[in-house]
Design a protein around this ligand. Structure first.
Ligand SMILES: Nc1ncnc2c1ncn2[C@@H]1O[C@H](COP(=O)(O)OP(=O)(O)OP(=O)(O)O)[C@@H](O)[C@H]1O
Length: 249
């Protein structure tokens, strides 16, 4: 059953067409990856879905309802949440306080937001740092904190925007394992990542954006052998084929 659907989504910034006529569906419980060269429109698509900015044209449906034009807050309350590409916690608050604030975003009420925050921090492996200052965290730990913040809102579906960006290989593996745990818990997941090997290891299906257009979708294996996808990436990794780009990512 379809949980998220985009119909003819276009987003223009002045003369720049960031995404153009993008239509897609994500089924309940599915894990879908979104790839594409730099500037292809991936983050814009995620922001358009989650109410950061409304589409110029087209509609977004979540759980059968038209959510086009709703605020981030309203969309979060429906159970559709997104991690931020650049994590900016409240520096003056401890980890548990940051996540407890997250638990209240979207207007959801929990009997004890701190208890919920503590559970989420444990789930992402930050229980020992619960009362620490966010300034003491590594990039990998900040990404885990961001995941805890989003999970605290009790989403049915999570959009991960480059959750492995800027991490070393070991941290990347840890974060991707965590995304795998979230998928195993039954959440529907849509994720962008430049670390394609990692993305393909957790995605059942992969969609490809190039120049704002959805040019292909299929299983990770189909995508790696798709001529249009290989061509889109050849521009970025001149002289290499897609499998090399994936192996090196
Ligand atoms: N707020 C904005 N104002 C103006 N132009 C924007 C804005 N956001 C995105 N763009 C433009 O839209 C296009 C798509 O950008 P977007 O960040 O969505 O691509 P991306 O695929 O996520 O790229 P990357 O992989 O480098 O993060 C780019 O040309 C970008 O400059």
């Amino acid at each position: 059953m379809t949980l998220l659907e985009g119909r003819g989504l276009t987003k223009k910034f002045g003369g720049v067409v960031a995404i153009e006529d993008v239509s897609f569906t994500v089924e309940r419980g599915e894990a879908v990856g979104l790839i594409g060269p730099n500037g292809a429109g991936k983050s814009t698509l995620f922001r358009t879905i989650t109410g950061v900015h409304p589409p110029t044209e087209g509609q977004v449906f979540f759980d059968g309802e038209d959510i086009t034009g709703e605020s981030q807050h309203e969309i979060c309350h429906r159970g559709l949440a997104k991690t931020h590409q650049i994590v900016r916690p409240f520096g003056s608050l401890s980890l548990i306080e940051n996540v407890a604030v997250g638990a209240s975003f979207g207007g959801r009420t929990f009997d004890d937001p701190r208890e919920r925050a503590a559970e989420m921090l444990e789930f992402v492996g930050l229980e020992e740092q619960m009362h620490a200052d966010t300034g003491e965290l590594s990039v990998g730990q900040l990404k885990r904190l961001e995941i805890a913040r989003v999970l605290a809102t009790d989403p049915e579906m999570v959009l991960f925007d480059e959750v492995a960006g800027g991490l070393d290989p070991e941290e990347t593996e840890g974060i991707i394992d965590l995304v795998g745990d979230i998928i195993d818990e039954g959440k529907t997941v849509f994720l962008i990542d430049h670390v394609m090997r990692a993305l393909m290891s957790v995605s059942e299906r992969v969609m490809v954006l190039d120049n704002g257009k959805l040019i292909a979708q299929g299983t990770p294996e189909e995508i790696q052998n798709d001529d249009q996808v290989i061509e889109a990436y050849l521009g970025e990794h001149a002289g290499k084929d897609l499998s090399d780009a994936i192996a090196e990512s």
